[in-house]
Ligand binder design. Structure first.
Ligand SMILES: [Zn+2]
Length: 460
């Protein structure tokens, strides 16, 4: 045995039980109340709870945006993840102009291997430039990347696909038993509001939110869910932000569409009020922050299960100097915020402690459901014999104010500065290695691994 965790109160998605956890060769080798250490490193978890390692299925490390890149690379970004109890991330491969999807995949593997401290999988972004190589989709799936993200917005940046092309991609992905991820926002609604606002001299950060109302999300979800049903494709709506959008997902499921949604920590605890602040541009991401009633609808979705199945971070931070590019024009603010480190602290403190969700819901949406939905079972997503020894010890009494100096992302400010959480990860174990202890990263660079994912065909 390499590691022994004693007196663990273990919580998995379906139950809670007390046991010691024995770890050997990176896997859980024994679960029994009576285990002796036999020379292994020993950790006493009395008074703590132990949950499966978090799976953040939505990150953008070192993503090229405008003339810069998102601030965290695969090292600093996964260190932040590990410090928040995440043991696996799934990032999005973005092909450079002229680069094929296969080359882009090789490029991402080359940049991530050697830097990552958590395990990682990849999704493929499928943009207009990738249309000539649509027949490569089954080849990408075979390489352990069975999900493809399309955009219904960002035409100017070359990300948006027209509806007939979205439909073609859906059919190809469905034939390969893959999953279609969609960034669902209406280009028509957004572009007309942006033009109106700029023409009226409304250039402050708050107009970013006013140009991206809930209807923009709902319209696109209504459309892509119908396209998906016709194409026979399974859909994953990334970063759901609104009550109206949630209703569209619900209705699509009632019609028999195979679709589930993800939301992000910022949509659960922040509102568009934040964009009225002096530093409102720090709160600019897309979709934009919405109203308090939208936050409540998203919590409700996490509690109910089914419609909103996962919480991913959409981790894509920019420094304050980069955010300043849009001081006088909200359309020039790089879109994105950090988040991978705060998923578990926010779900525990704002969700479990405040009675909005149960601790079982938290484990389901942060680990069990993403493992199942993204083809990582049975090695990830639970604390079980033979599974990877990926788990997190949470101290339910520890209070942490989420300031910039506490969080490990490289940026120089925190959008959660005003939030003090109670219940915080104090130890993270990834495949048997302790990688975070008492808020500090203690692992080694590059020890994370690429995890080829299986197809799951998004069964409802
Ligand atoms: Zn994203």
């Amino acid at each position: 045995m390499d590691l022994l965790v004693k007196n663990a109160k273990i919580v998995i998605a379906s139950e809670t039980f007390e046991s010691n956890i024995g770890v050997e060769d990176g896997k859980i080798s024994s679960l029994s109340p009576s285990l002796s250490a036999q020379g292994a490193k020993e950790i006493d978890a009395r008074g703590m709870i132990v949950v499966p390692g978090g799976i953040d299925a939505h990150t953008h490390m070192e993503l090229p945006v405008l003339t810069t890149s998102s601030a965290d690379d695969f090292y600093s970004g996964t260190v932040a993840a590990a410090c928040g109890g995440i043991t696996t991330i799934i990032d999005f491969v973005d092909s450079k102009p002229g680069q094929t999807m296969l080359d882009a995949l090789g490029d991402y593997r080359g940049r991530a291997d050697g830097k990552v401290v958590t395990d990682y999988g990849l999704h493929m972004m499928f943009k207009g430039q990738n249309l000539p190589e649509i027949d490569q989709i089954p080849n990408i799936v075979k390489r352990g990347v069975p999900s493809f993200k399309v955009y219904t917005a960002y035409k100017k940046r070359g990300l948006m696909l027209e509806d007939p092309d979205i439909s073609r991609v859906m059919k190809k992905v469905a034939a390969a038993a893959g999953l279609v991820a969609v960034h669902a926002e209406s280009e028509t609604i957004i572009e007309s509001l942006i033009q109106q606002n700029l023409a009226a001299g409304n250039t402050g950060a708050v107009y970013h939110a006013r140009s991206r109302p809930a209807e923009a999300e709902a319209e696109a979800i209504a459309r892509v869910t119908r396209l998906a049903k016709e194409a026979g494709a399974a859909l994953y709506i990334v970063h759901l932000s609104s009550r109206a959008g949630k209703r569209e997902v619900e209705e699509a499921r009632t019609r028999g569409t195979r679709v589930f949604a993800e939301t992000c920590p910022h949509y659960l605890v922040l509102t568009d009020k934040a964009l009225e602040r002096q530093d409102g541009r720090h709160f600019v991401m897309s979709p934009a922050l919405k109203k308090p009633e939208d936050c409540e609808a998203l919590w409700e979705g996490l509690r109910e299960g089914g419609v909103i199945e996962t919480v991913g971070s959409d981790h894509c931070p920019f420094t304050s100097a980069e955010k300043d590019w849009g001081k006088d024009d909200f359309t020039k603010i790089p879109n994105g915020v950090p988040g991978t480190e705060v998923i578990i602290p926010i779900l525990y403190s704002e969700g479990v402690r405040k009675g909005r969700i149960t601790v079982f819901d938290m484990v389901r949406v942060t680990s069990e459901a993403p493992a199942r939905r993204f083809g990582l079972t049975p090695s990830k997503g639970s604390i079980a014999l033979g599974a990877d020894a990926d788990f997190v010890i949470i101290d339910p009494t520890k209070q942490v104010r989420l300031t910039a100096d506490v969080l490990h992302t490289k940026i120089d400010y925190s959008i959660y500065d005003g939030l003090t959480t109670q219940g915080y990860p104090v130890l993270t174990v990834r495949r048997g290695e302790v990688i975070m202890e008492d808020g500090e990263f203690v692992g080694k660079k590059g020890r994370g691994r690429f995890i080829p994912r299986k197809t799951v065909d998004g069964q409802n």
